[in-house]
Design a protein around this ligand. Structure first.
Ligand code: HEC
Length: 266
């Protein structure tokens, strides 16, 4: 009960931040579940924080968990309700990390519609259950294990995956997600080139390999594992299949790390 009231207050605070625009207060919200962010705001600090997050191994008590709830219409409807009530404020309506409460958070809310396509069931369930109030995350991501039961957490996972796959798309219409992502990626790469983080050639290479990965991801999300593991697995699979060369895979990882370090992507 207390938690519900607290959440309502949080949502209001965050909504207010959003409404007030850029000027609103910076993170630490005054509660145990939302710790001060310890990653520096400096570029390197932010980058290595992101890399650590990205590669965090799933703890033993969660590793290998598989979603027992089929992503049918009922589950997606329940997931949408949870998402709208608890998650939209930070992660945004389309799940791209741009909710009204996101502006002042560091680290920023993850674009979970997208990242959930590359994260295992076990990883997502762990993160939603335990939140980010600990290393290596140190984020404002709340823990939800006492707010709603396990099945509801699986419903939420079904919903965020469906958001990203284009199955569910509030206010955007079918098929728009892929376009939006490609446009965002193009803008991010332009910025990387203009800031001297990448050469134009590297940006092109990255874009090509990323587009190939997107088409692999369309086949469905991985069952387990962190993003780092699954990204490496996809690259290895593409090299094995002869879709890309080992040199392209290595270059992709190198470029990816530099983009993270520069704070240009998560
Ligand atoms: C107060 C803002 C806030 C709210 C509300 C919130 N999140 Fe998050 N969430 C974050 C931030 C910030 C991150 C990125 C840092 C991290 O991974 O801890 C994040 C990360 C995540 C991740 C990890 C994704 C990845 O790419 O690593 C998942 C999954 C997630 N949130 C799901 C949810 C779900 C589901 C809800 C609603 C039940 C929710 N979040 C509500 C702020 C929030």
């Amino acid at each position: 009960m207390k938690l519900v009231i607290w959440l309502a207050a949080l949502v209001m605070i965050l909504a207010a931040c959003g409404a007030a625009g850029e000027t609103a207060v910076s993170t630490p919200l005054p509660t145990a579940t939302t710790p001060a962010t310890t990653q520096g705001r400096g570029m390197m600090g932010m980058g290595s924080g992101m890399m650590a997050r990205h590669n965090a191994p799933v703890p033993e008590e969660y590793a290998g968990l598989a979603n027992p709830v089929p992503a049918d219409e009922e589950s997606l409807a329940r997931g949408e309700e949870i998402y709208t009530k608890y998650c939209v404020v930070c992660h945004g309506e389309a799940g791209m990390g741009d909710g009204p409460g996101a502006a002042n958070l560091d680290p920023q809310p993850a674009p979970i519609a997208h990242t959930s396509q590359m994260l295992g069931d076990d990883y997502l369930f762990w993160r939603i259950s335990e939140g980010g109030a600990h290393d290596p995350f140190n984020s404002a991501m709340p823990a939800w294990q006492t707010a709603f039961d396990e099945n509801a957490r699986w419903d939420a996972i079904n919903y965020i995956r469906a958001l990203g796959s284009g199955q569910m798309m509030p206010g955007m219409g079918m098929g728009r997600m892929a376009d939006t992502e490609a446009a965002q990626r193009a803008a991010m790469l332009d910025q990387a080139v203009s800031e001297g983080v990448l050469t134009q050639d590297e940006a092109n290479q990255f874009d090509t390999v990323h587009a190939l990965m997107d088409s692999l991801m369309a086949a469905g999300p991985p069952a387990t594992g962190s993003m780092g593991q699954n990204q490496q697995q996809m690259l290895d699979d593409m090299v094995a299949a002869g879709t890309i060369t080992q040199a392209q895979a290595d270059a992709f990882n190198d470029i990816h790390d530099r983009l993270l370090e520069a704070g240009l992507m998560q």
